[in-house]
Design a protein around this ligand. Structure first.
Ligand SMILES: [Zn+2]
Length: 131
């Protein structure tokens, strides 16, 4: 039910926003989901539509886009993306399921250091609102 909690959080900030601007209609809403955010898009989309409807927010078009995961090495400063790595599908899946798993499988492709941070690709962001 994690999707419903996320949808609830999005709807709460949206209703605050549209109350401030004085409308109840959103033409287009774009939400970026991190590549490492374990989320079922269909459930999330459904949950968000339901919550918005019951909050009286009219969203004409909802778009979900993917924010690519970006990592940065703490040792050498190199940045890379998940798709730059040649990792097997089953590991890729466990990373999607549990982002922390990335630390068990991934090392800096340049210097081999296991000391890196996830710069992008976690969480969820509202990236566009058209009224
Ligand atoms: Zn490195």
């Amino acid at each position: 039910m994690h999707e419903w909690a996320l949808a609830e959080a999005v709807a709460t900030s949206l209703s605050r926003y549209i109350r401030d601007v004085g409308t109840s209609k959103i033409e287009r809403l774009i939400i970026a989901l991190g590549e490492l955010q374990a989320i079922d898009r269909e459930i999330f989309e459904f949950a968000l539509s339901e919550i918005m409807r019951s909050s009286g927010i009219d969203v004409k078009s909802l778009e979900l886009v993917t924010e690519e995961a970006v990592f940065k090495c703490n040792a050498c400063g190199y940045e890379w993306r998940l798709k730059d790595l040649n990792i097997p599908e089953e590991i890729r899946e466990s990373i999607h399921f549990l982002p922390e798993a990335v630390f068990a499988y991934v090392k800096c492709p340049r210097c081999g250091s296991p000391d890196f941070v996830i710069v992008k690709g976690r969480g969820l962001n509202i990236v566009g609102i058209e009224l």
